[in-house]
Design a binder for this molecule. Structure first.
Ligand code: SAM
Length: 287
């Protein structure tokens, strides 16, 4: 097995295959040898488990997952990497590379066909240009998976894992917490990548909840409510919600009161339960 964290090995591979990094595809490959084993372990790669990876690069994380799990399926969009992966991962018989855009793959079908009888988890060093769309896609699909362990940009990690009621919280933090419990695992410096990006990174894990965090009658309205509440960062809820849903401010104030939320509150002060209560009040109002 080649040492895929070794810069000379990587340079040799890239030269032999004439590969050049695509910035547009978020191609920063890991060269810090301690990161991938740690991600694989904390991501739950173990006997009896099937792992989904997004973006193989030259296969440095894929190999660590394959050493520990029963099977790994990796969705990689860039067909130029396929011959490289044939070489670097050639010795494994439990890896399948799917050459596609992860946002277009039928993941339910993939899990059914590839991971029968296994616990399934996602583990990936995500392409940063589509971090939130990928995470929301994985969660909205309600896949039968246990957890999602991903490396993301440090600033994105702060937003994704922010607790309700704190200054860092945003619409994406609340949307995520509807489906899972997020936690920060460890930090990774920009020097751990080739080429080095302009930002540092953080590995986070999202542990899927058996049931959504709050019970609402209309899930789509819950996400609209969250979007509305955060639509104007410095304004109070009556302004945000009335502007977003085109409702008179007085009506929104009454709805907030019915939901037990002070009219002076801002979105970052609300708990998950209060977002749920506001959604239900809007539902009862005919939205
Ligand atoms: N796992 C490798 C590593 O850690 O070195 C590569 C990580 S690199 C940050 C992101 C990878 O995602 C690249 O290989 C890129 O080609 C791939 N990628 C980008 N957009 C994608 C998409 N929409 N679907 C699947 N893979 C994608």
């Amino acid at each position: 097995m080649q040492n895929l964290s070794n810069i000379s090995v990587i340079r040799d591979l890239l030269t032999r295959y004439g590969f050049t990094f695509s910035k547009a595809l978020g191609q920063n490959f890991l060269i810090n040898p301690s990161v991938c084993p740690r991600m694989a372990e904390l991501g739950g790669a173990a006997p009896g488990t099937g792992m989904i990876e997004i973006g193989a690069g030259i296969g440095v994380l894929t190999a660590e997952l394959a050493k520990r799990a029963d099977k790994v399926v990796c969705v990689e969009i860039d067909s130029r990497l396929l011959p490289i992966l044939d070489e670097t991962l050639g010795e494994f018989d439990n890896i399948r590379i799917v050459n596609d855009d992860v946002l277009k793959v039928d993941l339910h079908r993939l899990i059914e066909e590839e991971f029968a009888g296994m616990e399934v988890a996602v583990c990936a060093n995500l392409p940063y240009y589509i971090t939130s769309p990928i995470l929301m896609h994985l969660l909205e699909e309600k896949l039968p998976i246990r957890s999602i362990t991903v490396m993301v940009q440090k600033e994105a990690a702060a937003r994704l894992t922010a607790e309700p009621g704190t200054r860092e919280v945003g619409a994406i933090s609340i949307a995520l917490r509807y489906y899972c419990t997020p936690s920060v695992l460890f930090q990774v410096s920009r020097g751990s990548f080739m080429p080095a990006p302009d930002v540092d990174s953080t590995v986070i894990r999202l542990d899927l909840l058996p049931e959504p965090a709050v019970k609402v009658r209309d899930e789509a309205l819950f996400f609209q409510t969250v979007k509305a509440a955060f639509s104007q960062r410095r304004k109070t809820l009556p302004n945000c919600v009335s502007g977003f849903f085109r409702l008179p401010k007085g009506e929104v104030t009454a709805l907030l009161e019915a939901a037990g939320i002070p009219a002076t509150a801002r979105a970052e002060q609300l708990s998950m339960e209060q977002f749920g209560a506001l959604c239900e009040a809007l539902y009862d109002h005919g939205l």
